[in-house]
Design a protein around this ligand. Structure first.
Ligand code: IPM
Ligand code: MN
Length: 358
């Protein structure tokens, strides 16, 4: 039976980078049924909503979603619920995509791209496991209200709510422990347990889950220290598990350690391994339509799609090897270009990956 895949290109460079990933998926001899729908600003333009029912339904019916990127300044003045970002938040919530896997890998061929010293980052290979459907991102109540009493009585006040239910912490902890078992059996849980009740509860719950994984060495770190250690000695980390907000921030930091956010894929999975796969970078509207964006993060996201949602690890490996091969050939899009390498366009990079696959 054909695997149904939703292709949601989105805004900015989204369409041109997903186009290359779709070409790669099409070249592997798999029985795939690809359907494309607009999302984000592109969907707002056509349907008046960033996540219209037609797009959401396609996503729900698909085994996996290949997602480009959303967002553009021209939507900044829209009400919050109509902004492009709501599409990705809505998809995460509607599909229960609670487990966000964000690898930060420094490819040896790109060792000079990092702003850190080569000896600090060479060989870097971290996996951030970010909880994606809870925390202050989705907590209720939230909004703007009038302060009832105290020193700010009578003023307006913005507020959000941070909370984590036990089952939410447990399920993401299981994902992280299992990922650690497949890697170097080291897991660092990041929280702010010295200040936040939610974090103390997170830490206690992760410690309980750890009893089921005696082979994994669990450590804990406060998020401020983790931000510091990530730039001081990033290779001390292997798998990191953390909540939605801290994971958002730390995964951008970890991505930048590699100096090439255009290279990093991500997977967002639910309990039945249905997943949304997207590059870690954004929609980069400033370079949209110029055929200069780096499609490798999206191509590597397609590899994660094969690995996690289609159980096609062998073909995923092939894509990853093809990407290494084109880097080895010295081909570089503008974002990772350095003297002595060959500058290529978005579509030329896609061509090269396809050729390396053969
Ligand atoms: C990300 C993004 C999103 C987030 C935004 C676009 C809502 O920054 O995927 O990391 O904060 O989760
Ligand atoms: Mn982010």
């Amino acid at each position: 039976m054909a695997h149904k895949i939703a292709v949601l290109p989105g805004d900015g460079i989204g369409p041109e980078i997903t186009e290359q990933a779709v070409r790669v998926l099409g070249a592997l001899g798999l029985d795939l049924e690809l359907h494309t729908e607009p999302v984000g600003g592109a969907a707002y333009d056509v349907h008046g909503h960033p996540l219209p029912a037609s797009t959401l339904n396609l996503a729900k019916e698909s085994a996996a979603i290949l997602f480009g990127a959303v967002g553009d300044w021209k939507y900044d003045s829209l009400a919050r619920e109509l902004r492009p970002e709501q599409a990705i938040l809505g998809l995460r919530k509607a599909l229960g995509l609670f487990a966000n896997l964000r690898p930060a890998i420094l490819y040896p061929q790109l060792a000079n791209a990092s702003s850190l010293k080569p000896e600090v980052v060479s060989g870097l290979d971290i996996l951030i496991v970010r909880e994606l459907t809870g925390d202050i991102y989705f907590g209720q109540p939230r909004g703007v209200r009038e302060v009832a009493d105290g020193p700010f009585k009578g003023e307006r006040q913005g507020f959000d709510t941070m909370h984590y239910a036990e089952s939410e912490v447990r399920r993401i902890a299981h994902v992280a422990f299992q990922a650690a078992q497949k890697r170097s059996k080291k897991l660092c849980s990041v929280d702010k347990a010295n200040v936040l009740e939610t974090s103390q509860f997170w830490r206690d719950t992760v410690i309980e889950v750890a009893r089921e994984y005696p082979d994994v060495a669990l450590s804990h770190m406060y998020v401020d220290n983790a931000a510091m250690q990530l730039v001081r000695a990033p290779k001390e980390f292997d798998v990191v598990v953390t909540g939605n907000l801290f994971g958002d921030i730390l995964s951008d930091e970890a991505a930048m350690l590699t100096g090439s956010i255009g290279m990093l894929p991500s997977a967002s999975l639910n309990a039945s391994n249905q997943g949304l796969y997207e590059p870690s970078h954004g929609s980069a509207p400033d370079i949209a339509g110029k055929n200069i964006a780096n499609p490798l993060a999206t191509i590597l996201s397609a590899a994660m799609l094969l690995r996690y949602s289609l159980n096609e690890a062998g073909r995923a490996d092939k894509i990853e090897e093809a990407v290494q091969a084109v880097l080895q050939q010295g081909l570089r899009t503008a974002d990772i270009f350095e003297p002595g390498t060959t500058r290529v366009s978005t579509s030329e990079m896609g061509d090269a990956v396809l050729k390396a696959l053969k």
